[in-house]
Design a binder for this molecule. Structure first.
Ligand code: HMG
Ligand code: MG
Length: 299
């Protein structure tokens, strides 16, 4: 089996995770992100410049980003759904914007209050602002393996949106299984189509673990050459516009899987687990990570 020789992890716990948990303080978010950096993570989604009426948990993103210790080798990114969000992100020094839409019309409407085509139009000035300021742009496509409102999503619909995001200037598109309904066969079908048109280095996988399939799905994606994986420390979170969706696959579990496959993600698993325990204590919950719980039991 030819797995990628190196894998990049994009840590989304401070955004995708905390957007769907009870609010923690700005200081607790800053402490989490600093601890994630210390564990070796180099791509960290640190917040979301979205409407505070829609997602109040992300309302302090500017303060969080101003407060974190900057590190020359770490990219801090943030969600920027429109020009207003992108300008606010730029103001606090964000070097990577993340624009997000979906392969399902119904989900796009619920999540960002517009159609897929309208979302692409909204992203144009965001990408222009990014280009003018040397900021990279990452794209997300939600509901790539199923939609909470529409059900089945055709792989061709995912391909269409991915192509549009790449054509407008995204360096990479992250494929969101927003409600975690995918299985390895579905991942295989989707990636087989996408990889006929898009090279593997322009794709990332972003799997929520609602049905416990995320690690199996990641394994399949790795086999097919995908080398960027999104995950959230302690398996935090979900999506406020996808009822019942649980958190992303836990970063601890992904790191353990990669180490077992002989791929060194250059992350200190113990430090990472400790970062997860601290934020879980603040949230008064247990980590949703078997690896984290196993390490905790040994302490
Ligand atoms: P809208 O209501 O259509 O926007 O929302 P609008 O332009 O009509 O503005 C309405 C109000 O929002 C105005 O304020 C604006 O100023 C304000 P008011 O006059 O009423 O006081 N506003 C903003 N405030 C702060 N920052 C902004 C901003 N834009 C407008 N950027 C909008 C459209 C996109 C803003 C809204 O729908 C929104 O914020 N949605 C965010 C939804 C969200 O964050 N969802 C979760 C993240 S996506 C996700 O989790 C999936 C992912 O993980 C992948 C996967 O798992 O599949 C990425
Ligand atoms: Mg997500």
């Amino acid at each position: 089996m030819a797995y990628p020789s190196a894998v990049r992890i994009v840590e989304v716990g401070a955004r995708d995770g905390l957007q769907n948990e009870v609010s923690v303080t700005t200081e607790q978010k800053i402490a989490l992100i600093n601890a994630l950096v210390e564990s070796g993570l180099r791509d960290i989604e640190a917040g979301a410049f979205v409407s505070p009426k829609w997602v109040p948990q992300m309302a302090d993103s500017s303060e969080v980003i101003k407060g974190i210790a900057k590190h020359p080798n770490v990219t801090f990114s943030a969600l920027t759904p429109n020009l207003k969000g992108a300008e606010a992100a730029l103001d606090v020094g964000i070097k990577e914007f993340a624009i997000f839409t979906a392969a399902s019309e119904a989900f796009t409407q619920k999540n960002i209050n517009c159609s897929i085509n309208e979302s692409i139009e909204r992203f144009k000035p965001v990408v222009e602002l990014a280009k003018a300021n040397g900021v990279k742009v990452r794209g997300y496509v939600s509901c790539v393996l199923g939609c909470p409102y529409q059900g089945e999503v055709e792989p061709e619909a995912v391909l269409d949106v991915c192509k549009q995001l790449l054509a407008m200037g995204c360096y990479e598109v992250s494929l969101g299984d927003t409600i975690g309904v995918g299985t390895p066969n579905k991942v295989h079908t989707l990636l087989s189509l996408l990889l006929e048109h898009i090279s593997a280095d322009k794709l990332a996988v972003h799997f929520h673990d609602t049905y416990g399939q995320a690690l199996a799905n990641i394994s399949k994606a790795l086999e097919m050459g995908i080398a960027t994986i999104d995950s959230a420390v302690a398996g935090l979170g979900g999506c406020p516009y996808a009822k019942g969706a649980s958190g992303n696959v836990a970063t601890e579990d992904v790191v353990y899987l990669l180490q077992g496959l002989g791929i060194d993600p250059q992350i200190d698993l113990e430090r990472l687990a400790k970062a997860g325990w601290a934020i879980c204590e603040a949230l008064n919950k247990q980590p949703i990570s078997k690896v984290s719980l196993a390490l905790q039991a040994k302490c």
